[in-house]
Design a protein around this ligand. Structure first.
Ligand code: SF4
Ligand code: SF4
Length: 445
């Protein structure tokens, strides 16, 4: 397909892809750390309730925490071992959160326990949703939103299209690319579960044009009788954002403060879809995930299937880092977050661990900030047509409510395009994150 025909959205940016080091590297299994730290909280909802106690032996795959509320999910032991402690651990949010600390048995075969498989032909939509919840599957593209919760369709809403997001537009990240290449069958099986659970009429797998082999791998295993197609999109950031995907492929606009469901669409990450296909057909919970470990400061870059709960410190020791390591990002450099502690564990939403040198850190944002010169570059970059320059003036004045009520602050999904293009190096997206948090806090009191 020639490039001018590939579908895309308006605005956006073209950061260096930086995927060449890992895109060709097959997924490899990562070893168990001396201690695995399983946080009980995910990004939303109440933390899960532990079902094990300190000193108890657990088997790989055993459920160790039950859901507590609609948005909560089940957790499973990533390794056979002993529960050493249930207590506080650092998290990406910067807060300490409750976690289960498991010490894997040395020399164990690590054979695990499986639950009941979910028969695609026999299962009702409700049974599929419950199986997804029991498996502890969340959005593996970084959002971490529970997959079962997306599938509870409210009264009055319906789904016509299930969108599978294989865009992976963040620089450095190639984990989804490898999953699409190596688990194409799992993805197609996962789509069948998701179509049945949602009542969707068709599914679209969205892949950026820089992954033609992934698009071909999925097309090669698509049964012709299924209403599933693969679409190739122009390479542009943030093509993988749900609203951009829907605009690019279906020409529909998700309303302000709305959800894809408002225009009849549900979006699922490609790796999440693969786990739905794999785990539901065999039974069992999510115990590990594929993570891109890369960046200029990493010596043994690659895509690794990493046990959940692996501390960053152990992971970076295993892949070895250079002496000038300066910053570690969870996720990519555009939407990911720099970590303040290497004791933070790999979680279900960790797409990548990107380690940067001092030079690269400075290039990506460590430059001194200057006043706004009204160039308008940020307006041309924002994919949802906000006015970042004006929002910045309001943020500086502390007018957070005005930003939200009159300037669509809460629609900002923190893609970082405005920050990326700003010649004055103003950390616009960081200021918008703070403003959004202030608005949410005010609304909650
Ligand atoms: S971070 Fe927000 S304001 Fe900036 S470009 Fe992205 S959506 Fe627009
Ligand atoms: S890109 Fe930066 S300098 Fe230019 S208008 Fe936006 S905030 Fe101002």
């Amino acid at each position: 397909m020639s490039l001018w025909k590939t579908k895309t959205f308006a605005h956006g940016v073209h950061p260096p892809e930086a995927k060449e080091d890992t895109r060709g590297m097959p997924i490899r299994q990562f070893p168990f750390a001396p201690v695995l730290v399983i946080p009980l909280a995910i990004q939303v909802g109440r933390p899960s309730r532990p079902t094990v106690s300190e000193g108890q032996e657990v088997i790989r795959g055993q459920r160790i925490a039950d859901p507590d509320g609609f948005l909560s999910i089940a957790m499973h032991a990533p390794a056979s071992g002993i529960v050493r402690r249930i207590g506080l651990a650092p998290s990406i949010s910067g807060r300490m959160t409750e976690a289960i600390f498991i010490e894997p048995f040395a020399g164990s075969t690590q054979e695990g326990v499986l639950g009941d498989a979910c028969d695609l032909e026999q299962a009702t939509p409700e049974a599929i949703v419950e199986a997804i919840r029991s498996a502890g599957i969340v959005g593996l593209g970084g959002a971490g939103f529970p997959t079962h919760a997306k599938l509870r369709i409210p009264e009055g809403k319906s789904v016509d299209t299930v969108m599978i997001n294989g865009a992976e537009c963040e620089p450095y990240l190639t984990a989804d690319h490898r999953v699409m290449l190596e688990q194409a069958d799992d993805i197609v099986r996962g789509i069948r579960y998701l179509l049945k659970a949602s009542g969707g009429r068709e599914a679209v797998v969205a892949v950026e044009a820089n992954k033609p082999d992934a698009a071909a791998a999925i097309r090669a295993v698509l049964p012709p009788e299924l209403p599933i197609r693969v679409e190739v999109l122009k390479v542009k950031y943030p093509q993988g954002a749900e609203k951009m995907l829907i605009e690019s492929l279906l020409g529909r606009e998700v309303p302000s403060r709305g959800l894809p469901l408002d225009v009849g669409v549900l979006c699922f990450n490609a790796a999440s879809t693969a786990e739905v296909g794999r785990l539901l057909s065999q039974g069992g919970g999510l115990l590990d995930r594929v993570v891109t470990v890369g960046g200029p400061a990493v010596k043994r870059k690659g895509n690794y299937r990493v046990p959940l709960g692996t501390p960053l410190r152990f992971l970076l020791e295993q892949v070895e880092t250079s002496d000038d390591l300066a910053t570690v990002f969870l996720g990519g450099p555009m939407m990911g977050q720099a970590v303040s502690s290497l004791d933070i564990p790999i979680g279900k939403g960790t797409t990548g661990v990107i380690a940067l040198t001092g030079e690269e850190t400075a290039r990506l944002g460590g430059r001194p900030e200057a006043p706004c010169i009204r160039c308008g570059y940020c307006l041309d970059a924002c994919p949802i047509f906000l006015n970042p320059s004006h929002l910045e003036s309001l943020a500086a004045a502390g007018q957070h409510q005005t930003m939200a009520e009159s300037h669509h602050l809460m629609d900002c999904f923190e893609c970082g395009c405005c920050t990326y293009v700003c010649p004055s190096h103003i950390p616009l997206v960081q200021h918008f994150r703070v403003a959004k948090a202030a608005v949410r806090k005010a609304a909650a009191t």
